[in-house]
Design a protein around this ligand. Structure first.
Ligand code: PMP
Length: 394
């Protein structure tokens, strides 16, 4: 056997979980994707989606995607740089910049590619990237590609951030990168404090709004808008794979920064542009975000109910204050078993185990959508109570 295959053959973690009947990944959905989905012929309630506004199945979003295919075809067959720029891209970029309160924006093919291509290319060898230890993997991959010095600070810990800022040479560029809403934990970055430190140390700030847009701020404009700090944040990143019910992502900033990224960000230049259907779907989702604020109101009504309900139930839910609710289990196998039992009771939730989180921090990620009904939420919470009691979690 070749050395590579010999090494890979020893990787048996999935097989063990499969043999135990608790393997929780790649469950195949056979239906549309609203609050109920069909998996292996079984109807289950979906409490694992990131489509916070529940727009993946919205007739106007689907119609926009279909119309875009009819007009432009199925793909762009080229990079934005060369033959892959459509009027559709330019129009949406203008609207997104305005939506988040920045001068300009550019669209990438995924949110992962935004962070990869932006974080990697703004700072040089003598500069610094400061990042929260719970930042999304795409931010981490982005700074891995940068030659700058990387300084990790403790999660949402301003003392730790300041200590790291003090290590930096005063006349070098310092870029602080943080999730706005943390993707697994659901807590919100302390943006006002981060901005205050950035001002004190002359640092720049980039906020990943993947989970903030559609949820926080006026009409879902995100965490920066929620705190009223948009002007002081230098770069705002967003993705279409959550509230926008599509695929793709964007970065918004001042004209000069976007001009630089447009000509230097490698995942933007060397990858084909976002498909017409995905771009148009995101645009239609933005229309709905702006015109149907009642969706966000309902999402928050459910969120506050669930946060209070889980706490009363005795669940450990960390510092979340958003529709992302981590239910800490703190044991890998137990997390998988809970996910399986909940599925048997008709509830889909996501397991989050090592290496996504530290082994002692395993959790179930329970997430809400604006299309969930109060009855569906009650049904899911009852099932969670039953299963958590069975395993002695509460
Ligand atoms: N940032 C954060 C905080 C995320 O949670 C995600 C996706 N899980 C991404 C970036 C990447 O976005 P996309 O799915 O569009 O690649």
């Amino acid at each position: 056997m070749k050395l590579l295959q010999e090494k890979l053959a020893k990787y048996d973690i999935p097989q063990k979980a499969m043999a135990a009947g608790i393997y929780p990944y790649f469950r195949m959905i056979e239906s549309d994707q609203d609050t109920e989905v069909i998996i292996s012929g079984k109807k289950v309630l979906m409490f694992g989606s990131n489509a916070y506004l529940g727009l993946t199945n919205h007739p106007k979003v689907k119609e926009a995607a279909i119309d875009a295919i009819k007009k432009y075809g199925t793909g762009c067959a080229g990079s934005r740089f060369l033959n892959g720029t459509l009027d559709l891209h330019i129009q949406l970029e203008k609207r997104l910049a305005e939506f988040v309160g920045k001068e300009e924006a550019i669209i990438y093919s995924t949110g992962f590619q935004v962070n990869l291509g932006v974080v990697s290319c703004l700072t040089g060898r003598e500069d610094y990237i400061l990042w929260d230890e719970l930042d999304h993997a795409s931010i981490i991959e982005g700074h891995r590609l940068s030659y700058s010095t990387k300084l990790k600070y403790k999660h949402n810990d301003m003392e730790s951030l300041e200590k790291q800022l003090q290590k930096c040479e005063p006349d070098k560029i310092k870029l602080i990168v943080t999730d706005g809403v943390f993707s697994m934990e659901g807590d919100v970055a302390k943006l006002p404090e981060i901005i205050a430190l950035a001002k004190k140390y002359n640092a720049s700030v980039m906020v990943d709004e993947a989970h903030g847009i559609g949820v926080l701020g006026k009409q879902g404009r995100g965490t920066c808008d929620h705190f009223g700090v948009t002007e002081d944040v230098d770069l705002i990143m967003g993705t279409f794979s959550k509230s926008f019910a599509s695929i793709g992502g964007f970065i918004a900033s001042d004209k000069e920064t976007i001009n630089y990224l447009r000509h230097n960000s490698r995942s933007y230049i060397f990858s084909a542009s976002n498909t017409p259907a995905a771009t148009a779907a995101a645009g239609a989702a933005l229309d709905i975000m702006l015109s149907e604020p009642e969706r966000i109101d309902h999402l928050w009504k459910l969120t506050n109910y669930a946060l209070e309900g889980f706490r009363t139930m005795g669940c450990e839910i960390g510092h979340t204050s958003t529709p992302i609710i981590p239910l800490y289990i703190r044991d890998n196998d137990k997390t998988f078993m809970v996910v399986r039992d909940l599925f048997d009771l008709g509830v889909f939730v996501n397991p989050v185990v090592s290496p996504a989180v530290a082994p002692q921090d395993t959790l179930i990620r329970f997430s809400l959508m604006a299309t969930h009904t109060q009855e569906q939420l009650n049904q899911a919470m009852d099932a969670i109570q039953t299963v958590f009691k069975k395993y002695g979690i509460i």
